[in-house]
Design a protein. Structure first.
Lengths: 68, 496
């Protein structure tokens, strides 16, 4: 528990004392928000999302043979 | 399948991969440079080497921060634009990517944190180990990605299951030990060293041009040049191995890269159109001047390879591909109602599975990659790489002899190598990836079967969104990077 506490403080102190790293972290967080809260939610919906494995197999099998 | 959909899906994937590849090689190369700098600090002691190590770690951190997670976008695209492909590849592709994601996250979040936050909190030795492990973590991440990529170029260690419509791993070590993946891994990591070395050289040359940070620039330049030269020589050696793999497993790619219509033994290497070295291509591809290198027409018409194997014509491959696809269809129709017919269809499918993807091919033109594009991207890669090697060797020589003063021509040469090495790296990937068209998985799945059944307009929209988002992030990265370089290493004392 003590070790976990010092590990926690290691990270907290590190973030608190950052100088040039601060804008980089803002950039990383901004990027992750754009990736997961905007692009992933609104633009990149997996075509096979929501299907069971059997349904996925059926769907892809049909797609692969439909023009044959 | 809609050709506009394929075009936009490819353009989007190519743009995302090219953007991602702007950051990866510098992470690989600068990781090594900063670890060497810190090792010297630990061995020699003194503020100079500590500041030097911290400065290159700062540049590494900026590059890493902007590059991190750009690879995730490629995974979004797999699920949305390439859903047939994503399902068809099964866990063979997913497993290495998952290992990479978990491994990279733990290695990077742990050791990078120690590297940046731990200067005053852990021992010198532990800090140094963390820096080396951060550098190694990046290379190990690259290994898993390139195992996945190598499998697409030369699929091995799997069996197709017509029930699940997926390829299933039957031999983990065949996948991990895939010779194409191994040579790609070393080629990519060593090219990262070259990029790291050239970027260090370029930045140092800029300081020398400006007449500031002179001691830092001279000493960093020496180390950067050594890393760059070692990386470049490694790239040449692994490039040679890669050429032999391409000749063996993807002969159409090699024929396209050389613009070779009709091949044979003693095949010439074309430096530029009209300037050829007789027999050189045979030597490069097979290490034998009499080695056979098939041309585009030979591959279309069929030929006998260097081991005496008869390689079927495209027409025969298409016939066998159609047989495989029909058998797959038969299997699916009969699997629940007529097990005997399904078993017979499965046998036929297994016999012809190596040609499965050819069942989608309608004409010879479809299997020929864009020859002009790969011909020139390959030569631009070689040309830029050679210029960078020359600059590295000159920098190394003058830095070693301590004769760097008043060599403005060298400073400029070293500085302009920064864009040249990026052009070389991007052209290398273009040659490798465009050269294997139309295959998403060599011989098994062409683009038109791999792409999702979605609207081209939606892919076009996301392509435009990416252009804006990527441009903004790149502009931000370059601004922060230039600002950090302009400040120089002297401001490092109080920083992380």
């Amino acid at each position: 528990m003590k070790r976990l506490g010092s590990l926690f403080h290691f990270y907290i102190d590190g973030f608190r004392n950052m100088t040039w790293g601060r804008p980089l972290w803002i950039l990383i967080i901004l990027k992750l928000i754009i990736l997961f809260a905007v692009l992933r939610v609104f633009f990149f919906k997996p075509v096979l999302g929501g299907k069971t494995d059997e349904q996925k197999s059926e769907y892809v099998g049909t797609m692969l043979t439909k023009d044959h | 399948m809609d050709s506009a959909l394929i075009l936009w899906s490819r353009a989007q994937f190519a743009m995302t991969a090219a953007y991602h590849w702007l950051f990866v090689p510098m992470t690989l190369g600068l990781g090594l440079v900063m670890a060497i700098m810190e090792s010297i600090y630990v061995k020699k002691g003194g503020e100079f080497w500590k500041k030097t190590a911290k400065f290159w770690q700062k540049i590494f951190g900026i590059n890493f921060a902007v590059g991190v997670a750009t690879g995730i976008i490629l995974e979004f695209e797999f699920g949305t634009n390439w859903s047939n492909y994503s399902w068809f590849v099964g866990d063979i592709f997913g497993a290495p990517l998952a290992i990479e994601g978990i491994f990279a996250f733990f290695m990077e979040s742990t050791f990078m944190a120690v590297m940046y936050f731990g200067w005053k909190k852990v021992s010198k030795g532990f800090h140094l180990a963390s820096t080396w492990l951060t550098a190694c973590g990046a290379a190990i991440s690259a290994l898993w990605i390139l195992i996945a990529n190598g499998w697409m170029q030369h699929p091995t260690g799997m069996a197709f299951n017509p029930d699940t419509v997926r390829n299933e791993m039957v031999d983990f070590w065949a996948v991990v030990g895939n010779p194409v993946a191994i040579s790609k891994f070393f080629h990519a990591v060593l090219s990262g060293w070259e990029v790291g070395g050239v970027v260090v050289m370029g930045i140092c040359c800029w300081y020398l041009l400006k007449g500031r940070e002179l001691e830092f620039a001279r000493k960093s330049l020496l180390i950067g040049s050594i890393v760059g030269v070692v990386g470049t020589l490694g790239v040449i050696l692994t490039g040679d191995t890669s050429a032999q793999h391409v000749a063996k497993y993807q002969p159409m790619k090699l024929a396209a890269v050389e613009g070779l219509e009709n091949g044979g033994s003693r095949a010439p290497f074309s430096i530029v159109p009209g300037v050829e070295i007789p027999g050189m291509l045979s030597i490069l591809a097979t290490h034998d001047i009499d080695g056979i290198v098939p041309g585009i027409n030979d591959i279309i018409n069929g030929y006998v390879d260097n081991e005496g194997n008869v390689i079927p014509s495209l027409e025969e491959k298409i016939t066998r591909g159609n047989i495989a696809l029909s058998a797959f269809q038969q299997y699916r129709s009969n699997v629940d109602s007529d097990p005997a017919a399904a078993a017979e269809a499965k046998l036929i499918l297994d016999e012809n599975m190596d040609y499965f993807g050819y069942g989608y091919i309608d004409s010879p033109e479809e299997v020929i990659p864009p020859v002009d594009m790969v011909f020139w991207t390959f030569r631009i890669m070689i040309g830029c790489g050679c210029l960078c090697l020359l600059a590295l060797l000159l920098s190394l020589w003058f830095a070693y002899k301590d004769k760097l003063s008043n060599k403005k021509w060298l400073y400029w040469f070293g500085f302009i190598c920064i864009p040249l090495i990026y052009i070389a790296g991007e052209c290398g990937w273009m040659t490798a990836e465009i050269g294997r068209q139309p295959w998403t998985i060599q011989d098994l799945l062409p683009l038109k079967a791999a792409v999702s059944g979605i609207e081209a307009a939606s892919v076009k929209t996301t392509f435009m969104v990416f252009v804006i988002v990527f441009s903004l992030f790149l502009a931000v990265e370059l601004t922060i990077m230039v600002k950090a370089i302009k400040k120089g290493p002297k401001v490092e004392e109080q920083n992380n």
